[in-house]
Design a protein around this ligand. Sequence first.
Ligand code: PLP
Length: 433
Amino acid sequence: MRRQIVHEGADQLTYEIRGIVAIAKQVRACGVDIYWENIGDPVQKGEKLPDWMKAIVSELVTDDTTYGYTETQGLSGAREFIAGQVNRRGGAQVTSNDIIFFNGLGDAVARMFGFLRREARVIGPSPAYSTHSSAEAAHSGYDHLTYTLNPQDNWMPDLDDLDKKIQYNDSISGMLIINPDNPTGSVYPREVLEKMIAIARRHQVFVICDEIYASIVYNGARTASLAEVIGERPGIALRGISKEFPWPGARCGWIEVYNQERHPMFKRYVNSLINAKMLEVCSTSLPQYAIPRIMGDPRYPAHLEQRCRMYERRVNSAYDILKDVPGITVVRPRGAFYMTVLFDPGVLKATQHLDIPSAQARALIEQKVQGVKPDKRFVYYLLGATGICVVPLTGFCCEREGFRLTMLESDETRAHMIWNTIARSITRYLESA
Ligand SMILES: Cc1ncc(COP(=O)(O)O)c(C=O)c1O
């Protein structure tokens, strides 16, 4: 090659949530049944879309117009519907021009970081959702910059840490919030969000808030949307249908842009996202036709409510099983559908192990654990010994050791078996050395 063709940020593109799948497939080839607790796809875990939603989509499929392109920013009817919803929240007011559709939030995130000036950094939470942290790191060519979420404070953001990090690093131009959060399941009260916006205001940075789990809030949590707290700051909220219909395979999400008219530079940045979309023509059409009809259906609020109650029950059962296991800390989730299990500092050792019945799987795991982080070592042993596939916390841009499991198993008996097996395996592993 006459030139280096690899982008400076290429090594930053890691996605442990799917990375673990390659190992799990090798374990499966050794004859071990795998329980996929790594990926946030409710459909893959057995959740069924209500028949009335499927009927709406079926009807749309018979309409030829749904097979065409949409306008670049997205279908005007869908954007008007979303803008109406934003405006009813009573905070920042938008028009359909402030709504831009993408092929899922994965696409939106890649564009948003891809079209940010390289020196302009965005600070995000740690633990971090890898799509954001990897995209930001890849765009800048440096490790992702993070502020701490504190497990001793229900995984709330350490506001002092956030404030100081922005103050002492003037390349930081944006603040990323994920509310409700993946991987911790925490939900930020309005006051916490207001304090974060006050920090953004003090340092003149813009705010991105990933609200893909906004409709999955339970256990009495109260929160606010970014639109309600953003005030006059430039801000972008990210929303989609992957988790709330749930229809992740639709690859459909959108951004809501707040206050672009007040901030010319921010407006230019948003325009660059639209121009980039223009080169691509538009995002997937069919789900955009479905959005106003499904979200505007009188059955939709009950659908969301029923799912919140379902996750609440599940999360509380898992929490009750795990909360008293020695050597770990779990915080009761209040939103989204994940739980983070944190190992107490110093309990993990390089000599610990689990008995792996399959000799072939044992040989594989013993080879794979060489030189890996202590929590990954546990995750690999858990996989080999029980087939349960979770994601190590150090894969979420985080120094703390632990793992994330999903709360998506729709077979209750199987879910209880998985949580009980995890609880027993933690105890056995920690006692093994
Ligand atoms: C916080 C968060 N944002 C975005 C996404 C991705 O959403 P989409 O399916 O729209 O790409 C996920 C998926 O797990 C997520 O957890």
